[in-house]
Design a binder for this molecule. Structure first.
Ligand SMILES: [Zn+2]
Length: 239
């Protein structure tokens, strides 16, 4: 760890990196990822320039840390509510012969977790795989619908499990959706969709961007604020 005034950071040399990149995570704090042969003396200046980004990212992970739990404290759920898609699932854990764990839908509201269920981390992984499938099946078509309703086009949508973002939109108009969106109420999810879809037109958070978004969703500022506190709606086992 190095210290530059307010920021502690670690440097990671990556043979694959082409440019310097900053990364903030709950596990590692601020990382400065540099390509081979990068002049490390240039780092302090880069940090100074990105001061605002770093502070914002730091605030986000500090906020998350409040809800983070240790692996040994995993409490597996006996039911899962997914307000975003209006589904409620009861869970059943059954020991099976398999060394691994799988999550299987028995009917429309019953989820069976079968296999080596003593292994909590494996149960959690199975549930997360199920959540990912669920998010792909349900959220992407809803995103398409919101896009069509608002005449906003994207190239591709993918589902991930990000730590600090609900969604993102790349330069190539690929929208990444966080599977944790499943735990949010529908109006907030719709807002996230609109937020990202508007980034297909404005790739930033400029005044123009917000004005554009406000036409589609007049409550955008308050919904955005609400979203910042919505991490508490995600059950701790999702991690
Ligand atoms: Zn944005």
């Amino acid at each position: 760890m190095m210290n530059l005034g307010l920021f502690e950071y670690r440097v990671r040399k990556s043979p694959r990196a082409k440019h310097l990149r900053l990364k903030m995570s709950l596990q590692n704090g601020l990382e400065v990822i540099v390509p081979k042969g990068f002049d490390l003396n240039l780092i302090p200046e880069v940090l100074r320039k990105n001061n605002r980004w770093i502070r914002t990212a730091k605030r986000k992970i500090e906020h998350q840390a409040k809800f983070a739990i240790k692996e040994s404290d995993i409490i597996l759920p006996d039911h899962i509510s997914l307000p975003a898609v209006g589904e409620n699932w009861s869970l059943q854990y059954r020991t099976g012969k398999a060394a691994w764990v799988g999550a299987y839908e028995d009917g429309t509201a019953q989820l069976s977790i079968r296999g080596n269920i003593q292994d909590k981390a494996a149960c959690k992984a199975a549930l997360k795989r199920w959540l990912t499938r669920k998010a792909k099946e349900t959220l992407i078509s809803r995103l398409e619908q919101v896009g069509a309703d608002n005449s906003l086009k994207f190239n591709k949508a993918i589902v991930r499990c990000q730590k600090t973002r609900w969604a993102s939109c790349s330069r190539y108009k690929t929208i990444s959706l966080n599977l944790k969106l499943l735990f949010l109420p529908m109006p907030l999810v719709r807002y996230v969709f609109l937020h990202e879809l508007c980034h297909t037109i404005h790739m930033n958070h400029s005044q123009k961007y917000w004005s554009f978004l406000a036409v589609k969703e007049p409550e955008c500022r308050s919904l955005d604020k609400e979203l910042r506190d919505a991490w508490r709606l995600v059950p701790p086992w999702v991690g």
